[in-house]
Design a protein around this ligand. Structure first.
Ligand code: ACO
Length: 429
């Protein structure tokens, strides 16, 4: 039996054989089915929010939402979180294979030597209000990079793309740290090339007058694990934005500013900030039943719960829970943890959440860790954007090099007014 879908048009009695490949039919194959005598474009599909439409073929990240599986380039997230580092994982995501020792050394050297920001970037950032949200500062600064590196426009030049990749991976922690220091009125700290990727980031964030900053190794590793977990997640909202904007062949910095903007939203990367606000608002374990009641009545959402793809426990949430314990051993327990644990316990037994397959997602616990490490909630989406940079640029490069891709341009179903004549202002009621 050929792998096809037979579609019968009941109006004409005509049958169409639509090939099925990799579990999908090609939507353009439906165009041969006409909806009327004067229909030239042919039948289309209607799929708001892309609930059931693949927009690309990708070799980067595999997710099985029902079974709670996440793999980068075939490697299970659990193994990467245990054995890899963020920089090695970023290499894997971008170049497709784990690096050899020599490749990792070269990659680490390149990233280390691109961490500095142009002094004018510093001046640009100084122009923001003292209380500017660091994510707003972050996405504006990433967009501004395109003016500092006009060579990035050469998107079909492999060497140029590689240079932008080095710059982006290396500079995002510096931008994030500057945004943070700006918000608390402290001087910017220059990168320290002796330190690891996350060790240097913590240095740029928290160094005061000491000559050398040394982060607690447990916190440095915890941040590295969190970065591994957030590095890519296939075609989510911000990655789709990166691909969609990039499909116009704009430079990667401009595309990434748009991706970061998508991540800023409370339904995406802003969720862990929303979780903390929610936990603070609940305030005590005694108030949880009342809160759950309000959520079930549709008066709000249980933030950090639910996912478009995962209909079981988010595999990243499991690893994060373990990482949280390791962090709290150093920092002391986050007082909101008790509320979070109890919320999770109740929600996992409640018929409302069970029938809708709502489980904790990656953001339910990450905010508690970040807060315990000393980050204000405004920094949470920025902490997400740093590692997601590797996913965004890997997906962008894959899109650029994919001969099947074109400028992204969804169809619409027009439901507005039919053609009518312009009414002069004096004749309008
Ligand atoms: N709390 C309460 N009810 C919820 C929640 C929630 N967190 N999430 C979904 N539901 C309910 C919806 O009300 C809906 O119920 P209904 O069928 O009775 O109308 C049902 O579950 C399905 O929800 P949808 O909104 O259709 O699911 P969708 O896949 O569109 O949304 C999303 C996914 C946006 C993540 C959603 O679950 C949500 O808003 N969660 C809270 C925000 C959050 O944690 N976002 C982080 C996602 S992970 C990330 O971006 C890194």
């Amino acid at each position: 039996m050929p792998d096809t879908l037979t579609v019968t048009d009941n109006r004409t009695g005509k049958q169409y054989e639509i090939p099925i490949k990799d579990g999908v039919i090609n939507a353009t194959a439906l165009r041969q089915i006409k909806t009327g005598a004067d229909d030239i474009a042919g039948l289309a599909t209607y799929d708001p929010a892309f609930m059931n439409t693949a927009s690309c073929r990708s070799k980067i990240t595999f997710i099985d939402g029902d079974q709670g599986i996440l793999e980068y380039r075939g490697y299970p997230i659990e193994q990467l979180a245990e054995h890899s580092t963020y920089l090695e994982t970023a290499y894997l995501i971008i170049f497709g294979e784990l690096p050899s020792a020599a490749q990792l050394k070269e990659w680490t050297t390149q990233i280390t030597f691109h961490t500095m920001l142009h002094e004018n970037i510093k001046k640009l950032m100084e122009g923001f209000q003292y209380d500017a949200h660091p994510m707003g500062v972050f996405l504006s600064t990433v967009g501004a990079f395109s003016t500092f590196y006009p060579d990035a426009k050469k998107i079909f030049d492999e060497a140029s793309r590689k240079k932008q990749i080095h710059r982006l991976i290396a500079k995002v922690p510096s931008v994030a740290a500057y945004a943070f220091r700006h918000s608390i009125g402290r001087p910017y700290i220059y990168p320290d090339n002796d330190l690891s990727f996350t060790g240097n980031f913590l240095n740029m964030l928290f160094r005061m007058t000491e000559l050398k900053y040394k982060a607690d190794p447990a916190l440095e590793r915890a941040l590295d694990v969190l970065f591994i977990l957030h590095a890519d997640h296939e075609q989510n909202c911000s990655t789709s934005a990166m691909r969609g904007i990039g499909s116009s062949h704009v430079d990667p910095y401009s595309a990434m500013a748009g991706a970061a903007a998508a991540l800023y939203g409370p339904l995406h990367g802003g969720a862990n900030e929303a979780v903390l606000r929610m936990l603070n608002e609940i305030g005590s374990v005694q108030k949880i039943p009342d809160f759950i009641k309000r959520v079930k009545a549709g008066e709000g959402r249980l933030m950090g719960f639910g996912h478009r793809v995962y209909k079981s426990y988010d595999p990243r949430a499991k690893i994060i829970k373990k990482t949280a314990d390791e962090v709290f051993e150093v920092t002391g327990k986050n007082p909101l943890l008790e509320i979070a644990l109890e919320l999770e316990r109740i929600a996992l037994q409640d018929e409302y959440f069970v029938t809708r397959k709502l489980y904790p997602n990656v953001d339910f616990y990450s905010g508690l860790i970040y807060q315990a490490m000393g980050f204000p909630v405004e920094m949470f989406p920025v902490l997400f954007a740093i590692p997601r940079t590797s996913g965004w640029i890997a997906q962008w490069e894959e899109m650029i090099l994919d001969p099947e891709q074109k400028i992204a341009r969804p169809k619409q179903v027009y439901i507005g007014a039919p053609r009518r004549d312009y009414v002069p202002l004096t004749s309008r009621s």
